[in-house]
Ligand binder design. Structure first.
Ligand code: NAD
Ligand SMILES: O=C(O)C1=N[C@H](C(=O)O)CCC1
Length: 260
């Protein structure tokens, strides 16, 4: 039995994770965490009666194997550090960790002899898009990313777009610094700049999570696109991550680390 705590259980993804855990053999929901939920009625969040509800770190006093995190970009660093420090393996879906924060968490995990998984995107289509983009970057070093999400997403760019840009930048030949000065008659029109890779963020009702990577070269172009049409589509990846995180020996980034 894998004993699980879900952080951010009251949010859109947290509720999906609670449902997954409640309905998967060998998974047991032992606790949920969100500092914003006080005076909770368990039934209103699909919580079994014996689940402990925490709204303060200091009150978390139960044993658990895995910490699923779907909280907020502001909270995810401290949450992950808490889990590692309490020997609960984190499976982190929350976006917003900076490269430096990921490095700090990896170093902290080592000091705690702990492993875990940070997953920018649990969708298999997104995992494949990143794999293909990395391959394409060897031949098409010039790329831009367009990510499209639902209108409630508060952070930009998406964690997936940043992760894609990081992988492209590591796979392609080193590029001359992007010092090009654009005459942006509308500030921000050229998007964000991750090591010379422009990222454009779209937020619209009706969308869930989508990404397009555009590679351009002399006389030709390549476009790779993935679409997550439902939040349920992320749950297969969450299930795999929770089942496999116990086999890891360090804190790593990417679902591909546990896909066989
Ligand atoms: N990796 C993936 O595949 C994937 C997929 C979808 C969403 N996400 C990410 O998951 C995160 C959550 O997305 P969402 O749509 O569920 O957002 P949401 O706003 O619906 O839910 C976040 C919840 O976290 C709670 N919260 C606030 N502070 C907290 C804290 N300190 N600790 C724990 N919980 C806290 C809030 O009350 C809220 O209910 C976002 O960062 C999003 O980008 C990742
Ligand atoms: O809905 C969201 O928010 C998502 N966030 C992740 C990101 O920032 O990349 C993954 C896809 C869904």
């Amino acid at each position: 039995m894998i004993k699980i705590i879900v952080a951010g259980f009251n949010g859109s993804m947290g509720q999906k994770a609670v449902h997954l855990v409640n309905n998967t053999e060998d998974f047991k929901l032992v606790g949920v965490y969100s500092p914003l939920v006080k005076d909770l009625q368990p039934a209103s969040y699909d919580l079994p009666k014996d689940v402990q509800v925490f709204n303060d770190f200091s009150a978390i006093n139960i044993e658990a194997d895995v910490w699923i995190d779907f909280s907020t970009p502001k909270a995810v660093f401290e949450n992950t550090k808490f889990a590692l420090g309490h020997h609960i393996r984190p499976v982190v879906g929350t976006s917003g960790l900076t490269d430096q924060q990921v490095e700090d968490l990896k170093a902290y995990a080592k000091t705690q002899h702990m492993a875990g998984l940070i997953v920018p995107n649990f969708g298999i289509s997104a995992v494949l898009l990143m794999k293909f983009a990395k391959e394409a970057a060897k031949y098409f070093p010039e790329a831009e990313i367009i990510e499209m999400h639902h209108a409630d997403k508060t952070d930009a760019p998406s964690g997936t777009a940043l992760s894609t840009a990081k992988q492209i930048s590591e796979a392609r030949e080193p590029q001359a610094a992007d010092n090009k000065k654009f005459d942006e008659t509308l500030p921000g029109a050229r998007g964000g700049n991750y090591k010379g890779i422009r990222i454009h963020s779209v937020r619209l009702p009706g969308y869930v999570a989508h990404e397009q990577v555009l590679f351009g070269s002399e006389g030709e172009a390549l476009t790779i696109r993935q679409d997550s049409f439902t939040r349920d589509s992320f749950m297969k990846g969450v299930e795999i991550a929770v089942k496999k995180v116990g086999s890891l020996t360090e804190l790593v980034v990417g679902l591909e680390n546990v896909l066989s």
